[in-house]
Ligand binder design. Structure first.
Ligand SMILES: [Zn+2]
Length: 129
């Protein structure tokens, strides 16, 4: 797989850590995908400070696709489905290395939500940058 790029708009706001900036914004995350997985980062729109959010392994990207399938599978028994979702979410968490700047940024939950949203949107969301 070659390198591709997409964008994910988060809904949760963060505050820029840069002194004298402290801009509050909902990050627009840049997702760069290659054979090793994905790299998630965003910049403060005001001062351009870069935040490294996370790295998702190639396996993590696969697990996410499976998780999405399971979430959408209405033929599965509710209990079985929930157990599988919990399992896959845990694996996804293990396959995600949170970046140094992830701390004050969006939570893990948000990151997973955003990832799912991104995969649901088929990675074709505007690439106008
Ligand atoms: Zn800033």
């Amino acid at each position: 797989m070659s390198r591709s790029e997409s964008w994910v708009q988060l809904t949760q706001e963060v505050t820029c850590e840069a002194p004298r900036c402290e801009h509050v914004f909902a990050p627009r995350v840049r997702v760069i995908r290659d054979t090793n997985g994905e790299e998630w980062s965003f910049r403060c729109p005001k001062c351009q400070k870069r935040y490294d959010m996370a790295r998702v392994s190639a396996r993590g990207v696969e697990v996410r696709a499976e998780l999405r399938t399971v979430i959408g599978d209405t033929t599965m028994a509710a209990e079985e489905r929930e157990a599988r979702i919990t399992e896959l979410q845990a694996e996804m968490e293990r396959e995600t290395t949170r970046g140094a700047d992830a701390g004050p940024g969006p939570s893990t939950e948000t990151l997973q939500d955003a990832q799912l949203r991104a995969s649901r949107e088929g990675h074709d969301a505007s690439s106008d940058d």
